[in-house]
Design a binder for this molecule. Sequence first.
Ligand code: CA
Length: 226
Amino acid sequence: MPRILLVEDEEKLARFVELELKHEGYEVEKAFDGRTGLEMAEAGGFDLMLLDIMLPGINGLEVLRRIRKASSLPVIMLTARDAVMDKVTGLDMGADDYITKPFSIEELLARIRVALRKGTARAEENASFSCADLCLDPARHRVTRGGQEIELTGREFALLQYFLENKTHVLTREQVLSHVWGYQYMGETNVVDVYVRYLRNKIDDPFEQKLLHTVRGVGYVLRDDT
Ligand code: CA
């Protein structure tokens, strides 16, 4: 589930929004001042930030300016009513959207969905590894196919990353074993077949185009055949 960082000094409002977002299934972390919010954002692990502008310590616009130096994290600004200048400045500085207080929770949820979609599209553009519409983003530890997020275990993720790093190259079971399990692994090479099957179930089977191919008598290859 997407993780949202909420930076808002009005604690009652923050708690209300937190409850509503959690009810929708989002994970939520809160900060009540700009400096804490900035530190949490810089530590990473969030998919979206809700950022109030009037904050104690560092204000929201300054938090946004500093975050944008290093991150494309989607940010929705929470602005006071009629603060037109703040909205313009926020958007100029790279906010994805803004919402004016007081807002309805439905409106906030709709904007969050849009911003998260934009964020996913942006992450896919920056993804280091892709094959057809399959993307793996090592920094965010995220895999998507056709924009749809796919949950992988740690081992499956490592296996897919190895295939993507060697896209179009046929890999033997022994190569896969030594890279993904480590040389010290003393088991049978058929563990590779088992995990390739797990991986196929998730990245290939639900989709029309197959990417992970068996090369009989040799091993496997990840390839876009179109
Ligand atoms: Ca405030």
